[in-house]
Design a protein around this ligand. Structure first.
Ligand code: ZN
Length: 173
């Protein structure tokens, strides 16, 4: 395993549409996923998309903590259902210390492939749903700053506090 460099704001790979993964049971793909987890945990973050480590392929990893299950590896993910809305604070490892408020679906159902190419469906709510939507946007070259309002710089402590406050105000519709 190895920690890879997280590409930052302005890197052209971040605004490119990533390509479908077509080769499965592939040691290079497995290595990429392992490295993405290591990079994400070290940052630390709750999700990471392959373009953020310079690989323009439709791969994401996520781990939003025990209450959300996981960790998750989603390859070629597609949102097949979304429901409700939530407004919450969001940041991105490609934009250190920058945060904004982003409206997302409260719940999504995502269809994706695993490392062996097998399709599965996963239902996600709240933070995990937000995380999947943020990372899938990355695969389409869309960044949270394109959708966020009230962009601001925060320290990690300030962010944690704001997130705790905002989570209690999740809007369900
Ligand atoms: Zn991001």
């Amino acid at each position: 395993m190895a920690i890879r460099e997280v590409r930052k704001q302005g890197d052209p790979v971040l605004t490119k549409k990533a390509k479908l993964v077509e080769k499965f049971n592939d040691p290079l793909l497995e290595q990429l996923v392992e490295d993405m987890f290591e990079t994400m945990y070290q940052a630390p973050g709750v999700g990471l998309a392959a373009p953020q480590v310079g690989i323009s392929k439709r791969v994401l990893v996520a781990d939003c903590g025990e209450e959300y299950g996981g960790p998750y590896v989603l390859i070629n993910p597609k949102i097949i259902h979304s429901e409700g809305t939530q407004i919450g604070i969001e940041g991105c490892l490609s934009f250190p210390n920058l945060y904004g408020d982003v409206e997302r679906a409260y719940k999504v159902i995502v269809k994706a492939q695993n490392l062996k190419g097998k399709w599965f469906k996963i239902e996600a709510e709240k933070l995990l749903s937000r995380c999947f939507q943020h990372e899938i946007d990355h695969l389409d070259g869309i960044l949270f700053v394109d959708k966020a309002t009230n962009l601001r710089e925060l320290s990690p402590e300030e962010y944690k506090k704001e997130r705790a406050d905002k989570e209690s105000q999740l809007v369900v519709s």
